[in-house]
Design a protein around this ligand. Structure first.
Ligand SMILES: [Zn+2]
Length: 683
């Protein structure tokens, strides 16, 4: 007798709590067949729209497109989250194989002539149709989306355009996997005697990392930012700092199968070709045309405003650091692997601030509680942990989010600890997005992924101030994903311009260091004592310390990203040589290295999301500093009226209005960059 064939869980209705994906039953081998069936369903939905005998109208064309692809979203929601957090060689192989197929699938829809004709017909009548503002916006964006996907190209151009998209998808997947591999393959094993200067938290994390790698009793520094950065900040061993730093900045540039240089060069050539097909002079022009910044000149203008004073600040700080070296009897010039170490010493000297004094007050649990509390005070949200739900990893936690009336708003999943199968960095994503199509109120499932180093067995996890800021940042994105109230899924939540999407997240960071937040949540992990007022004051006073270095590290990456996408690279284009030449041109300080060097610049090359878009963080910083000032001007950082406007026009609005209009509706005027320059001490 044969056992009944196992049913693919993607083909069954998900009837569990919150209609969560049945994680315990999903296996890697389910994805290929699930995607194939989802693509077939999607194609059938598209074919039905095209075959509709009725003349095209908003509902039978645009709304129908919004409904289409539900199965793709179900499968993709699980797949893309797992490739980021539970990556295995098996999943990676599937990803490499799937990436070009998915690109082909979406290209075929974007280039479907009959479908575009219908969209175009509706778009041409847009003024005559009695559309709501949201519908008008969706129609414009849908039409633009087709045009940007090549719908107006001649037939042979369309073929080439689709080929490029397919190849770019393969290259992007490979680029990301190569970084992951370079990070996973490297670890610096240390003995007890090599740990000079390292705080206990880092020693504990390094001991765990070594044990995880089969070297119990030793200590491992890895290339995860949460390991290597604190090591560079505290290790008194200049030789080891140099070794770790060299490996860190060489990710993606190690010759052999994980080398990303040729991949990046080919990506740039293909992006340039696709932008030219669409009639833009460069890829940067294409990419920025539908962003808030609009043009490369506007981007460069903002970067330059910050670059010059940041460099001047670095020159001042360098002198102070060099004095510290001399005072220690050192006889060397500050190098890139020294900057963090001496900057930390200088910070301690100037502001009497020591990470190790702060850390005991920043228990992970308390910081999560603080992020929830701010959302409660601003937006009336309540978070109830649901430990009964089965998620994709035991470390991930779920919270039922409800509003002031007790109505379900979203399911929030927090996945906070670093593990070898997790991509580095921190991000927000989702398993389901929000919509209100056909009267069905679909609420989102949103995820925050971080890479905090877990506390030792049986110990509380204490995190750095940087990790706490990251937690607030990603939680700001999560709120943007959870509070959304649009009808149409394509404009829900974080589906906004890339240079606007960091506004809700960066804005949220401002509440972390408010005395109103810290006094309530930052309690000593052992004694339970509240964080002393004077420590809060010292932390706040030190916020602009080393800001020149931070901005140089950031702006150099953003400038190189922009410059790379203003090129028409030749076949033998040398990305590292170009990077070096551009940095020289802008006068990059010798002792600072770009935050993301080109061979491991995942933002820009793992996908096109941030391609010629890395500046977005700075663009959004103009909005968040100027935006937070609205609360300060109101005299209360939880001012209900300001919070209400923020929720209505930003966190709940998705992409239902152009970003500049959304900002104006919240703030009552256009953003003013002077607030940012002033906050950095650059005014
Ligand atoms: Zn972000």
């Amino acid at each position: 007798m044969n056992a009944p064939a196992r049913q693919n869980p993607f083909f069954e209705p998900w009837t569990g709590p919150f209609e969560l994906p049945p994680f315990d039953r999903i296996r890697a081998e389910d994805f290929q067949p699930a995607y194939e069936r989802a693509m077939a369903e999607h194609n059938a939905e598209i074919a039905a729209i095209v075959a509709d005998p009725n003349p095209p109208d908003f509902d039978n064309t645009v709304t129908a497109l919004e409904r289409a692809g539900a199965a793709m979203n179900r499968v993709g929601g699980v797949f893309w989250n797992l490739t980021g957090t539970e990556s295995t060689p098996e999943l990676q192989a599937i990803e490499r194989e799937l990436a070009p197929k998915l690109a082909d699938h979406y290209s075929a829809i974007g280039l479907n002539e009959a479908l575009f004709k219908r969209v175009e017909a509706v778009w041409k009548q847009r003024e005559a149709l009695a559309l709501t503002a949201e519908q008008k916006r969706v129609l414009e964006l849908t039409y633009d989306g087709f045009v940007r996907s090549g719908a107006l190209l001649a037939p042979e151009q369309k073929t080439r355009f689709a080929e490029i998209a397919s190849r770019l998808a393969t290259l992007g997947a490979q680029f990301a996997q190569n970084i992951l591999k370079d990070e996973a393959d490297w670890a610096m094993l240390l003995e007890e005697g090599d740990l000079d200067g390292l705080p206990q938290s880092l020693r504990d994390a390094a001991a765990r990392a070594a044990a995880d790698r089969g070297h119990a009793g030793k200590f491992a520094i890895t290339l995860a930012r949460s390991s290597v950065e604190p090591f560079l900040t505290y290790s008194a061993r200049r030789d080891l700092r140099e070794k770790a730093f060299a490996a860190w900045i060489r990710r993606g540039e190690n010759e052999g199968p994980t080398d990303n240089r040729a991949i990046a060069a080919e990506t740039l050539r293909l992006r340039d070709e696709s932008a030219r097909l669409l009639g833009y002079p460069t890829y940067a022009h294409f990419k920025l045309s539908d962003q808030m910044a609009k043009t490369p000149e506007n981007v460069r203008g903002l970067l330059d405003k910050v670059w010059t004073p940041a460099k001047a600040a670095v020159a001042r700080d360098r002198g102070a650091l060099q004095e510290l070296v001399a005072a220690e009897g050192g006889n060397f010039e500050i190098a890139a692997h020294d900057w963090r170490y001496y900057a930390e010493k200088l910070r301690k000297a100037l502001h009497d601030i020591d990470e190790n004094e702060i850390r005991p007050y920043l228990e992970l649990e308390a910081v999560i509680g603080a992020a929830f509390d701010v959302a409660h005070r601003l937006f009336g949200l309540t978070f109830a942990e649901r430990s009964d739900l089965v998620l994709y990893n035991k470390e991930a936690r779920a919270f039922d989010v409800t509003d002031a009336q007790g109505k379900h708003v979203a399911l929030f999943i927090g996945d906070y600890f670093a593990r070898p199968t997790k991509r580095g960095g921190a991000w927000m994503s989702g398993f389901r997005s929000q919509s209100k199509l056909d009267g069905k109120d679909v609420r989102p499932i949103v995820v925050n992924v971080l890479n905090c180093a877990k506390g030792a067995e049986g110990q509380k996890t204490l995190i750095s101030l940087t990790d706490a800021k990251t937690l607030f940042h990603e939680f700001g994105h999560a709120l943007h994903g959870m509070l959304t109230q649009t009808t149409y899924p394509s404009i829900a939540g974080t589906n906004v311009a890339r240079d606007f999407v960091e506004f809700p997240s960066q804005l949220y960071e401002h509440w972390l260091l408010r005395p109103e937040t810290l006094a309530r949540f930052a309690r000593h992990a052992e004694t339970g004592a509240a964080i002393p007022d004077d420590l809060v004051a010292r932390i706040r006073a030190s916020q602009t310390f080393n800001v020149g270095w931070e901005k140089v590290e950031f702006c150099s990456s953003a400038i190189v990203d922009l410059d790379l996408h203003l090129l028409s690279p030749a076949e033998d284009f040398d990305i590292v040589g170009f990077e070096r030449a551009q940095l020289e041109k802008i006068g990059m300080p010798r002792e600072i290295v770009m935050r993301h060097r080109t061979p491991h610049f995942g933002h820009v090359f793992s996908g096109s999301g941030y391609a010629s878009g890395y500046y977005s963080y700075l663009w959004s910083a103009v909005l968040d500093t100027d935006g937070f000032a609205a609360f300060e001007e109101a005299g209360d950082v939880f001012d209900p009226q300001t919070a209400r406007r923020l929720k209505d026009h930003v966190y709940a609005a998705g992409n239902s209005a152009p970003p500049e209009e959304a900002y104006r509706a919240f703030r009552g005027r256009d953003p003013d960059a002077r607030a940012l320059l002033k906050a950095q001490g650059f005014a």
